[in-house]
Design a protein around this ligand. Structure first.
Ligand SMILES: [Zn+2]
Length: 549
C-alpha cells in the first residue's frame, strides 16, 4: 500500500542521506535543486531516486513551463479511456471534411454529404473564411466555450453528431494516425480506443428478435443471442469491421512512416480496441451490440473487450441500466463456460453523473447511488470509466473496498470531469481512490473535443490534485497493469509494484537484455512485455532527471 507523503518529509530524508545542508523550506518554496547545491542521488538506490524526483517535481510546481517540460518527458504508460472519434484533433476534422467535399449546415453546424443544401456551404470555404472556420471549430469542440456547466455538458455531447460525417471509413487511417502521433509525442506506449465498429447495424436488427414486452431472462437472452448471430447481416458486418480496422491500423502506420528513418513518435504506440455499445438506445439494441462485440473479440485479436458509452443520464441509459448489467452478466458467464473462446474484457462508464443532470425526482436522483456498484458486481467491469460520483453511492467505503478487493481500476479523466461535471480540486475523488488503495490511472477521454493531451492531465494531477511523483508513477504503472493486453503480469501481486514476479526477480527492471527466464515471460505475455518496456523508460527518465542536478 502506498501512502501519500509530504515532499518535505522525503526531502528531509534526502538531505540526511546526501549530507547537504538546506535552509528550512515551506510548502511554497520552489527553488530548483541546483540553487541549493544538492548532489544527484545515487542511481543504485531506486527508492531514494524516486523521492528525489518527487522533490524535483514539487520544486517545479509554480513554473508552468518547466513543469510542462518535466511532465511531457515523463513516461506515461497507457491511455485506457479514449474514444477514437472524440480524440481526433478538431483542426484535422475540418481539414478532412473540406478535402472530402462535405458541407456544413450554417444553423446546426453539422457536417453533411454533398450537394450542399440552401442552408449549407462547402466546408472548403473554411479555408478562405476565418469566421466560418472559427464557428465550425467552436461547434465541434470546447474551444473558447464560456457557457455554464450544463450548457458545456450538452455542447460536448452534441459535438459528436456534428462532425460525425467526417470520420468515414476512408478516414480511419488518418484518424488513428492523428491519435497515435499525439500519444507518442506525449510519451505513451499504449492506447485502448473505444469504437463502435458499425455495431449500430446489429443494434438495429435487435427489434426483429426481441420485443419490448419479452421477459428479460437468461434463457431468453441466450436464445436471442443465437438468432442475432444467425441473422444474414451479422457475419458480413463483422467481417467488414475487422477488415476496416486492419486497414486503418496498417494505413495509420504507413502515414506515420513506421519502419522508416523518419518515423513519427506514434510508431512507438501500440493500439487495441474496445467495442462500445450506445446506451441511449433501448436494451435490446444494446444487447445486440454486445453480442456483436463478443463475437468481434473472438474474430480479431485487436479487439479486447466491450464498453458502454454515451450520456449516462439519458432517459434510456437510466431506464435500462440494470437490464443491461444483467445482460452483460449473462454474456460474460456464457463466454466463460466455453474455454475455447477468448476472454472478453469489460470496462464500463459508470458514475459520470451529478445531481443536476438527473431528473429531480427521488427515482431520478437514486441513480447516483448504485451505477458504479452494479457495474462492478453485476456487470463484471474490471475498469470503471470516470467513477466521479463514488462518494454519492450507497455505502461508499464498502464500495471502495469492493473495488480494491476486486482490483477494479478507476479511469480518471480530470479535464473531462471538470468541464462536463464541474468536478475539480477537492470535489474530484481521485485522491479518495488513491487513499483507499483503489487502482487508478489518468486518461484523456476525448482529447480532440476537449483540446487537451495526456500531459495536460498529468499537469492537472499535480497542480489541482496535489499529486506527487510516487502517485503519478503508481498510476502510470497501473495503466499498463490494468490494460486488457493478454498475459501474466510482471508484478508478483496485482496492483502492487514492489515485488517482481519470480521469472524476472533477479533482473534489473527494464534491462535491455533480460535473463533467460525473464525473456521467456516477456515473450509469452504482451502485458508483461509492455510493463518491461515501461520500467526501462521510467528508469531512464529518473536517471536523466537526477543527472541534471
Ligand atoms: Zn468516456
Amino acid at each position: 500500500m502506498m501512502k501519500r507523503a509530504s515532499w518535505l518529509y522525503w526531502l528531509g530524508i534526502g538531505l540526511a542521506v546526501s549530507g547537504c545542508a538546506l535552509p528550512a523550506a515551506d510548502k511554497n518554496e520552489t527553488r530548483p535543486a541546483q540553487q541549493v547545491g544538492i548532489a544527484a542521488p545515487s542511481a543504485r538506490d531506486a527508492h531514494f531516486r524516486e523521492m528525489f524526483i518527487d522533490w524535483k517535481l514539487h520544486s517545479l510546481r509554480n513554473d508552468s513551463k518547466k513543469l510542462h517540460g518535466f511532465l511531457l518527458a515523463m513516461p506515461k504508460g497507457a491511455d485506457l479511456h479514449s474514444h477514437l472519434s472524440g480524440a481526433v484533433t478538431t483542426e484535422r476534422l475540418i481539414e478532412w471534411g473540406a478535402e472530402d467535399g462535405l458541407c456544413i449546415n450554417r444553423t446546426t453546424w453539422t457536417a453533411e454529404p454533398p450537394p450542399c443544401k440552401d442552408d449549407s456551404v462547402s466546408l472548403a470555404k473554411t479555408k478562405s473564411d476565418p469566421a466560418l472556420y472559427q464557428n465550425v471549430l467552436a461547434a465541434w469542440s470546447m474551444a473558447n466555450f464560456n457557457g455554464p456547466l450544463l450548457a458545456a455538458h450538452q455542447h460536448f455531447f452534441d459535438a459528436f453528431g456534428k462532425f460525425g460525417a467526417v470520420i468515414s471509413e476512408q478516414r480511419g487511417d488518418d484518424a488513428l494516425a492523428d491519435v497515435l502521433s499525439l500519444a507518442g509525442r506525449n510519451q505513451q506506449l499504449y492506447i485502448e480506443l473505444m469504437q463502435g465498429f458499425d455495431s449500430s447495424t446489429i443494434g438495429k436488427i435487435a427489434a426483429q428478435y426481441i420485443k419490448p414486452g419479452d421477459a428479460w431472462t437468461e434463457k431468453m437472452l441466450l436464445e436471442k443471442r443465437k438468432q442475432i448471430i444467425a441473422d444474414p447481416l451479422f457475419q458480413p458486418t463483422l467481417n467488414k469491421a475487422v477488415a476496416n480496422m486492419d486497414s486503418a491500423v496498417q494505413g495509420a502506420r504507413k502515414l506515420l512512416g513506421c519502419g522508416t528513418a523518419d518515423s513519427d513518435p506514434g510508431c512507438n504506440v501500440e493500439v487495441r480496441f474496445l467495442m462500445s455499445a450506445n446506451r441511449t438506445k433501448d436494451r435490446a439494441y444494446v444487447f445486440a451490440q454486445w453480442v456483436y462485440g463478443y463475437e468481434l473479440t473472438q474474430q480479431s485479436p485487436q479487439v479486447l473487450g466491450v464498453e458502454l458509452v454515451s450520456p449516462e443520464e439519458d432517459a434510456n441509459s437510466l431506464k435500462y441500466y440494470d437490464d443491461e448489467m444483467f445482460a452483460l452478466d449473462v454474456l460474460h458467464r456464457f463466454n466463460q463456460t466455453d474455454k475455447t473462446r477468448r476472454p472478453v474484457r469489460i470496462a464500463l462508464h459508470a458514475g459520470e453523473l451529478i445531481p443536476e443532470v438527473l431528473p429531480p425526482t427521488p427515482e431520478g436522483q437514486q441513480h447516483l447511488k448504485f451505477h458504479i456498484r452494479h457495474a462492478v458486481v453485476q456487470g463484471h467491469a474490471e475498469r470503471i470509466g470516470h467513477g466521479c460520483d463514488v462518494l454519492n453511492e450507497d455505502s461508499p467505503t464498502d464500495l471502495l473496498k469492493t473495488m480494491r478487493d476486486k482490483d477494479v481500476l478507476a479511469e480518471i479523466c480530470l479535464t473531462s470531469n471538470a468541464t462536463l461535471l464541474g468536478k475539480t480540486g477537492y470535489s474530484h475523488p481521485v485522491n479518495v481512490y488513491l487513499a483507499q488503495d483503489v487502482p487508478a490511472s489518468l486518461s484523456t477521454d476525448d482529447e480532440g473535443i476537449l483540446r487537451i493531451n495526456i500531459t495536460d492531465e498529468f499537469i492537472r494531477a499535480v497542480t489541482l490534485q496535489q499529486l506527487g511523483y510516487p502517485e503519478l508513477k503508481q498510476m502510470v504503472r497501473a495503466s499498463v497493469e490494468h490494460s486488457f493486453l493478454p498475459g501474466a503480469s510482471l508484478w508478483k501481486q496485482a496492483s502492487r509494484y514492489d515485488q517482481v514476479t519470480a521469472a524476472c526477480a533477479q533482473d534489473d527492471l527494464g534491462a535491455e537484455h533480460p535473463s533467460v527466464s525473464c525473456a521467456k515471460l516477456l515473450t509469452g505475455s504482451e502485458r508483461a512485455a509492455m510493463q518491461w518496456k515501461l520500467e526501462g523508460q521510467l528508469a531512464a527518465f529518473e536517471d536523466k532527471v537526477a543527472r541534471q542536478q
